[in-house]
Design a protein around this ligand. Structure first.
Ligand SMILES: [Zn+2]
Length: 236
C-alpha cells in the first residue's frame, strides 16, 4: 500500500470510541433506529481540531464503518481521505456552513418525519411559513439560548423557541445559499428546518448537537399532536 494511503487510513483508525470516525458510525446507527436517517437520507459530520470527518453518501446508515469516512482539511477544504468507491455526502456544503459560520463541532442532518410534518403545518399558515415557534414547554430547556456571552445556557420554560424554515431544493447541495442566509438572519439559531425535507442541527460539540436533536424531535412530535388537538403552539 502506498505511504499516502496508509496515512489516510490512519486518520480513521482508532480504538477510541470517541474518535470521530467511530462516533459517526455509532451515531448513524442510533439515528437509523430512531427513523431520523435512512439509506439515502440524512448525515452527520464532526469537526476535530483542523479536520472534518464526514459520513459518505450511498452507504446504509446502520452498516457504516470508520473506513467509509471522508476526511477534509478544514482550512484548505481539500480531502485528506477519500474512499475511492464512495461519493462524498451532498450535505457537505451545508455542514461546512455550520462549521464556518457558527464555529460548530458537530452537525447532524435528519429526515425526521416530525420535522417534516411541522414544516407542512407551518406552510399552511402564510404568516408562519418561514418560522416554527412554540412556547412554555419544559423540553424547550434542552435548546441553547443563542450565541455570545449574554446568551449563555439554554432557553427557559417561559421562552419562545423559534426555528427558521427554508425552502427545499431538488438537490441537497443547492440548499447552501439559503441555509447560510438563514444562519445570518437568525444569529441565535442552532437549527434550520428545510420544508418537506428535514432539519440541520449543530452544536459546539457532539453532545450538544445530539441533545438538541433529541429535544427538537420531542418538541416537533408534541407540536404535531397539539395541532391535531387544536391546541396553539405559542401559549396565549
Ligand atoms: Zn437531506
Amino acid at each position: 500500500m502506498a505511504a499516502l494511503e496508509q496515512h489516510a487510513d490512519a486518520l480513521v483508525t482508532s480504538d477510541d470510541p470517541q474518535h470521530p470516525a467511530n462516533l459517526i458510525c455509532e451515531l448513524c446507527r442510533k439515528f437509523y433506529t430512531l427513523g431520523w436517517v435512512t439509506g439515502t437520507g440524512g448525515g452527520t459530520s464532526i469537526r476535530k481540531d483542523d479536520k472534518l470527518f464526514i459520513a459518505p453518501s450511498g452507504v446504509q446508515k446502520e452498516l457504516m464503518r470508520p473506513g467509509d469516512m471522508f476526511v477534509m482539511d478544514f482550512e484548505s477544504k481539500e480531502y485528506l481521505r477519500r474512499p475511492p468507491v464512495l461519493k462524498p455526502s451532498a450535505c457537505t456544503p451545508l455542514f461546512l456552513a455550520a462549521f464556518t459560520l457558527r464555529n460548530a463541532e458537530c452537525c447532524i442532518h435528519t429526515h425526521s418525519q416530525w420535522a417534516v410534518l411541522v414544516t407542512l403545518l407551518c406552510e399552511r399558515k402564510a404568516s408562519e411559513s418561514n418560522v416554527f415557534a412554540i412556547s412554555t414547554l419544559e423540553q424547550i430547556k434542552g435548546v441553547p439560548r443563542g450565541y455570545g456571552p449574554e446568551k449563555k445556557g439554554n432557553l427557559g420554560y417561559y421562552d419562545t423557541l423559534k426555528i427558521p424554515i427554508i425552502e427545499n431544493t431538488p438537490h441537497e447541495e443547492d440548499l447552501k445559499d439559503t441555509l447560510e442566509q438563514a444562519i445570518q438572519d437568525w444569529p441565535d439559531a442552532h437549527a434550520v428546518l428545510v420544508k418537506r425535507h428535514g432539519i440541520y442541527v449543530w452544536g459546539k460539540d457532539v453532545a450538544q448537537a445530539k441533545t438538541l436533536c433529541e429535544s427538537l424531535d420531542y418538541i416537533f412530535q408534541l407540536a404535531v399532536e397539539m395541532h391535531k388537538l387544536g391546541l396553539p403552539w405559542v401559549k396565549e
